[in-house]
Design a protein around this ligand. Sequence first.
Ligand SMILES: Cc1cc2nc3c(=O)[nH]c(=O)nc-3n(C[C@H](O)[C@H](O)[C@H](O)COP(=O)(O)OP(=O)(O)OC[C@H]3O[C@@H](n4cnc5c(N)ncnc54)[C@H](O)[C@@H]3O)c2cc1C
Length: 410
Amino acid sequence: MNGKRKDLGDQDSGSPFGEPVVVPIEDSIDLHAFSPRDISSVVEEYLEQCRQAGLYQVRLIHGRGKGIQRRIIRSILEKSPLVESFHDAPAESGGWGATVVDLKTCPTNSDSRPALAMKPAPFAYFAPREIDEALELLKQHGDEAKILAGGQSLMPLLSLRLARPGVIVDINRLANLAFIRQGADRGLTIGALTRQRALERSAEVAAQSPLLSAAMPLIAHFQIRNRGTIGGSLAHADPAAELPAVALALGTELVLRSASGERVVQAKDFFLGYMTTTIEPNELLTEIRFPRLQPRAGWAIEEVARRRGDFAMVGVVTLVDLNGNNTCQDARIVLFGVGEKPERMERAEQLLRGKGVTESRLVEVAKAVSHDLDPVSDVHASAEYRKEVGGVLTRRALENAFKRAQKAVS
Ligand SMILES: Cc1cc2nc3c(=O)[nH]c(=O)nc-3n(C[C@H](O)[C@H](O)[C@H](O)COP(=O)(O)OP(=O)(O)OC[C@H]3O[C@@H](n4cnc5c(N)ncnc54)[C@H](O)[C@@H]3O)c2cc1C
């Protein structure tokens, strides 16, 4: 590209407090140094490069106000076959003007253009602007369609041709699916397209759902979290992923919409097996509802990964509620990275309910977890290792969770 890249990198693009998060602009070019005579060829060449790179939204930075550069640019954009639409953007710092351009990036958007050679198998690409439009596409294409959110799991599968959907429905333009809101019960409702990085940085999430907040930095690297969405992670349902385990421990509700209506699924009923959820091909995960924590709740998340940013070989999420006399009223223990989906350790949880918290009790619970786990062996770790470490991490996570709960009590 000729222009300076401006918007890639560490961004979460938008207010986390209920404001729509805008689709990130993928590239910018600074034109104000070019003479009016050269602008036409520079812009045309730039748009062609962006089209070839598959970008769908770019920004042209130009001279102030209604100046000559802006007039020339508008007349180029009006005539260009590569441009779907354009609009003025807020002034750049220093008072420069800017125009945001939506490109017809996809070969299927234009019959006249030959298909671009791509690593993935060919697919038809749609980027709806309204949720209803997305739902209509899912209804129309059913099994053939795949939803594209952050692309951090789907793109590798497409590039390796492990997934070969005939149709991609890119939901990144559905800005009203990216939000963090306080729910009626003072829990949090989070839009499925909210970026993982936005959750990590949100003061509201840290205050209202600290376990969710603490889990975010454990997911991959920040570059991945900049694009990866909460909905994508839950829908992908990797058994070693943090968010499905957190959702299960917290008892979240997941809202699924289709052209014919909406249904709400409890996290315990959402994850069915290895990378399999209850989402039907015509459904879109639209929001996730996190209940408010009890006043005397304590939580912890612990994991072991080979390197920072890797998926966990074994992980555990714990959530405990204490009553007034420091006995455990309720406990949730969820292991991840050990089987086909996140697993609640119900026998071990039962050993804690109604009991005081002692060193020997935690040892007993950790032993129960190790005993009940029936993990897989794979290239990352053996089943024996996972059983052993699962118990050790459970004990550690329970200690931390009870410490937090005791602080909340006093
Ligand atoms: C190197 C690397 C390391 C990683 N490490 C971790 C890690 O340690 N922990 C972890 O949890 N994750 C990890 N990830 C995965 C990452 O968190 C992804 O962001 C996440 O799994 C998928 O989110 P996404 O928004 O990118 O979804 P996409 O990749 O766009 O989609 C994933 C799947 O979900 C479906 N989908 C997406 N959104 C919706 C929706 N709203 N409704 C219905 N279906 C939908 C898609 O159709 C697709 O099948 C890693 C990824 C990489 C590349």
